[in-house]
Design a protein around this ligand. Structure first.
Ligand code: GDP
Ligand code: GDP
Length: 433
């Protein structure tokens, strides 16, 4: 089910502009200066109801780096192994460069779908110039202008045809992924869970994706761990360690039902952690936050509260997420992580009957109806849960277009207060009756 689109190509062809367009990130982070750190390289995109993750490889190599050509080649190799679809971006204003030729050589050997995306085709004359890129020997070319967005629709129409919709083979057990930055303690917690008794570890082969699934069946728990900690690959170029680990993290996240996001108590929740949190949220995964190395923190009776507040402030507005404080080193609350993950799994799968839902929500709505807009009153008649992998609720009313964002929040909060949905993403819709 993992659908990752990797954008590769040499610097300045417009990879990050395309990335921003596909993910429609409001904060466009295009910069003409070299070596500028862009803080978001991967995100969620959607085309005709198909969700996928886009990763901009350009963010992982500083332009000034003297090994950058080697780094880019290596990125292409990693992308070929890990992504579902590769967008190879080239620049119509420069034609084919030596590095383009090199990259094309690598891509020609790949079995993954590769799209040659000729960027900066801003006007009609340039369509003729773009045809030189057929010489790359990668088949069809797609002319686009990332700046204006022209051509991107035709490209995406083709890209989504290559997505994999097949569910994983083992769909009966909950799947948890332990995710986090290097050194937070992911391997340690997995080792602590599976112990030295390797008998309970069954790497499930044959899941077409190459991630390792560990079957855990002990102490009344029966689930699959999607292992990211064990997945380490040697790369020749330092910068690509992060690229590779992000790629693997995204894959594990997409395969999991519940994401266990582990952070380091000493370092706190950093921007990378927050990015992963949002990706999990956008993918409608259940989430548990684990603050590990709790043994290293000097504590008093307020410390837990201070940490929780700090984390919730950073993940707002989706703050109804369980937080567990662990010390894997001192074996504190390791099993609690699994109990909580299991609880979140159940919350995410929770089904609330229409009668119960209306019994609880209609009086709340009656006491606090949506505020009137231009003299119009929204009347909500009834609500129902919609079938899906995560909780989704439709509220039927006369004028859904007049319901504003704060009221969506209000309803979501009331749902969370009244039904146990902690750690589960909740979607609320207002619909014409
Ligand atoms: P990257 O290094 O491959 O990520 O390239 P960037 O996205 O940073 O873009 C490099 C430069 O090309 C920037 O100045 C962009 O504004 C410009 N650029 C990107 N897309 C287009 C486009 O479609 N048309 C034109 N004319 N310029 C573009
Ligand atoms: P990973 O990269 O996320 O898999 O992290 P590791 O499991 O390899 O742990 C990185 C380092 O942190 C190792 O030296 C561990 O011994 C140490 N570590 C893991 N958990 C804890 C903990 O709860 N407390 C302390 N003090 N150290 C820990």
């Amino acid at each position: 089910m993992s659908n990752i689109v990797a954008i590769v190509g040499r610097p300045n062809v417009g990879k990050s502009t395309l990335y921003n367009r596909l993910t429609e990130s409001r904060k466009a982070i295009v910069d003409d200066f070299s070596g500028v750190t862009r803080d978001r390289h991967y995100g969620q995109a959607e085309w005709t109801d198909r969700q996928f993750t886009v990763i901009d490889t350009g963010g992982y190599v500083a332009h000034s780096d003297d090994v950058f050509e080697a780094a880019i080649r290596e990125q292409v190799v990693i992308a070929i192994e890990e992504a579902s679809v590769i967008l190879f971006v080239v620049d119509v204003t420069t034609g084919i460069t030596d590095l383009d030729d090199d990259i094309a050589g690598l891509l020609r050997k790949s079995k993954k779908p590769v799209f040659v995306v000729v960027n900066k085709v801003d006007n009609n004359n340039q369509h003729t110039e773009a045809s030189v890129f057929y010489a790359l020997g990668l088949g069809e070319i797609y002319n686009i202008s990332s700046m204006t967005g022209s051509g991107t629709g035709d490209l995406l129409d083709e890209v989504i045809k290559h997505f994999d919709d097949e569910p994983l083979e083992d769909n009966t057990r909950p799947k948890y992924a332990i995710i986090g930055r290097p050194n937070v303690g992911k391997s340690s917690i997995i080792n602590s869970l599976i112990g030295r008794d390797r008998n309970i570890v069954t790497p499930i082969a044959g899941t077409t994706r190459d991630s390792i699934h560990i079957h855990y069946n002990q102490y009344g728990h029966d689930f699959m761990l999607v292992d990211t900690a064990g997945m380490r690959k040697k790369t020749k170029v330092k910068e690509n360690i992060e690229f590779y680990s992000v790629m693997r993290t995204i894959k594990a996240l997409e395969e999991a039902d519940v994401v266990i996001l582990m952070i380091d108590a000493v370092e706190g929740m950093e921007s990378q952690d927050i990015n992963i949190f949002h990706l999990a949220e956008k993918n409608k995964k259940g989430i548990v936050i684990v603050v590990n190395k709790w043994d290293l923190i000097e504590k008093n009776n307020k410390t837990v509260k201070v940490f929780e507040d700090m984390i919730r402030q950073k993940i707002a507005p989706f703050t109804d997420v369980p937080i567990v404080f662990t010390s894997v080193l001192e074996k504190q609350r390791v099993l609690k992580v699994i109990d909580v993950a299991n609880q979140v799994y159940q919350n995410r799968a929770r089904k609330i009957s229409t009668s119960k839902l209306n019994e609880v929500m209609l009086p709340i709505i009656e006491n606090y109806p949506p505020p009137s807009t231009k003299g119009k009153y929204v009347k909500i008649k009834y609500a129902t849960q919609i079938a899906g992998t995560s909780p989704m609720f439709a509220f039927f009313c006369n004028l859904p277009q007049y319901v504003k964002e704060p009221y969506y929040r209000f309803i979501e909060n009331k749902l969370r207060e009244n039904f146990d949905l902690s750690g589960a993403p909740v979607q609320v819709w207002f619909r014409q009756k």
